[in-house]
Design a protein around this ligand. Sequence first.
Ligand SMILES: [Zn+2]
Length: 357
Amino acid sequence: MHIVINIFQMKRIAIIFFAILLTCASQAQTRKRSSSVPKQRTIEEMPRVAIDTVTTADPETKVIIYSNNSWEFYHPAIKERLADLDVYKYNWDTTQIFAYKNIELTDLPELIELRLIDSLVQYCAPATGRVSSKYGIRRRRNHNGTDLSLPLGVPFHATFDGKVRYAKWNSGGYGYLTIIRHPNGLESWYAHQSKLNVKPGDYVKAGQIIGFCGNSGRSRGNHLHFELRYKDQSFDSEFLIDFETGQLRYQTFVLDKKYFNIRSRASEILEEDDYDADLPESLLADADETTIENVQSAPKPKPAQATTGAIYHTIVKGDNLGKIAIKYGVPIDQICSLNGINRSTTLALKRKLLIKK
Ligand SMILES: [Zn+2]
């Protein structure tokens, strides 16, 4: 009990630290992209020297700050506890790619709130590059992942901290495949590797090299086929990751059950000015690829708010900040700061929130 309370206290500090670090990291990323540096160094490759230690409310726990802008908690017990969570005990199958055969899509809730990063779990882009094939229907077959065109041998990184569930040859077409399960239940899949670099049961930190780009399995050309799955169900990883910049779009992501539909592509929702202008379900259900393309290319009506500049949202039943953030494609923190509220503020019905100025 004692340690649980301390972890909660630590999280407050951690959120502030993380916000600062995220800002630094994104600025660094922008600088790197504008100059012509041929190869980005990962956080792992950069010199990592402890430059400061900050105490926390828990006398045993300290925050270590490193010279490469990374930081971590130091507590002798935390590391063991993280590798030993229940999520790594149940439905844990190191021999097969699907581990939740007892759970159907219909068993999952309508909305699943996934905390992606916090004081104990961090993020690193699996790889950055041009998306050569998106999630969705490709040549009338389901494409359950995002393809990044990359040269042979480029290392892939663990996207979040987690435990390797599967790392071996897959004869079903994935070639050399690694699956990492993360503490929130999410799994990240890395396929067509030329070489594996981890084994089942390994506890990995975000950014750790877990394998290398290749052309193994049913693949034409070297690339990373990256999937995100929750309880075996796939959704478009571009909802979470901008693969060109490597940035994570959210700290907390509300996974809507409809995203498990192979036609729910991030690019068609994140770039939508008005989320409510989604295609009707009935149309999606019967439409073939051509029909959808035609509908998508039709001119979009301008949202009414565009003329005033500011966008407001009126709270309706069932709303929460995560859901609203996804609806408008803005960070939760932005909504909080624009409205002087915090993540735990109760949202009264009919309250108007300023979303964008
Ligand atoms: Zn693919």
